[in-house]
Design a protein around this ligand. Structure first.
Ligand code: SAM
Length: 287
């Protein structure tokens, strides 16, 4: 069965049939461009072996493409008004399960264990932009067996995820994402590919999970606390940013001493440090 959605005409027909009203609070911007959908499926590298988790299926547009390409798809949707629509648009696909739930409350690791016998899942989503970071970090930090995540995000967020030290986009999100995965920008997507049109540009980014983190650090949580503090006051030197952060409990002298020991300049700013340097600094500060 070929996908029937993924164009303006059939999208409007379905929306009218169910008198659907868009909910701004759920970040609802539905894809209406078949070429973009095909690009996402290609970037996600879906095969008939794969179990795919889709977050926020909307009216089921991308779900139809995923159902064609994958062995099995589970699609998690929060909006109860979309459930009867999904039952209609996905009725012809036997390999799709619709789950009516808030993805941030769902036991995804449990679902993957049950559906895929613990083998890694591929996550594919046109994400609701208001919760992009909690969804992505929740998947990375929540022990979900996952091979990759191919997601539509705000373009600016995609740029931050793949940014290198010393650039203006570089920050805590770049370091967090790159600690867990290798980012690859698969496509830029303009607002006219969605209904309704978002106010911002979008991009598809594929995050391929590392089998081993690229750096070894004694205490991952402490390293990320340092990273957050460094970028909370990104214009300050690292010495000031870290010693001002009450939650770290560090004095200026302790930070200066650790910088010397790790071979870094005393007046350096957080934006100049890569993962290796943050890991070394964290190990030195919290031996
Ligand atoms: N996948 C569809 C498409 O591409 O046309 C819709 C994408 S739309 C950007 C985001 C979808 O996520 C909406 O259907 C919205 O209702 C759903 N959503 C928002 N918050 C959610 C949450 N916390 N859990 C699950 N789904 C959510």
């Amino acid at each position: 069965m070929a996908p029937t959605l993924g164009n303006p005409k059939s999208t409007i027909e379905i929306l009218n049939k169910y008198h659907f009203v868009f909910q701004k609070k759920y970040g609802q911007n539905f894809l209406i461009d078949g070429r973009v959908l095909e690009k996402i499926i290609r970037a996600a590298d879906i095969t008939k072996e794969d179990f795919v988790l889709e977050i926020g299926p909307g009216i089921g547009t991308m779900t139809q493409y995923l159902a064609e390409a994958a062995r099995e798809v589970a699609a998690v949707e929060i909006d109860k008004n979309l459930i009867p629509i999904l039952e209609d648009t996905l009725g012809g696909y036997e390999n799709v399960t619709i789950i009516h739930e808030d993805v941030l409350r769902l036991d995804i690791a449990g679902l993957v264990r049950q559906k895929n016998e613990g083998r890694p899942v591929k996550v594919v989503a046109n994400l609701p932009y208001y919760i992009t970071t909690p969804i992505i970090m929740g998947l990375f930090e929540g022990n979900v067996p996952m091979e990759s995540m191919t997601v539509m995000v705000q373009k600016e967020v995609a740029m931050r995820m793949q940014a290198e030290p010393g650039t203006k986009e570089y920050g805590a999100l770049s370091l967090a994402v790159q600690y867990f995965a290798k980012p690859y920008l698969a496509a830029n997507v303009p607002p006219n590919c969605f209904m309704p049109r978002p106010k911002v540009g979008s991009a598809v980014i594929r995050l391929t999970r590392h089998t081993e983190p690229p750096v070894k650090v004694n205490d991952e949580k402490k390293m990320f606390a340092i990273i957050r503090a460094a970028f909370n006051q990104r214009r300050k030197t690292l010495v000031n940013a870290l010693s001002n952060a009450k939650e770290l409990g560090l004095t200026k002298e302790q930070v200066q001493d650790a910088l010397r020991k790790t071979g870094l300049r005393i007046d350096i700013r957080g934006e100049a440090l890569g993962l290796n340097e943050f890991a070394a600094l964290s190990d030195c500060l919290y031996r």
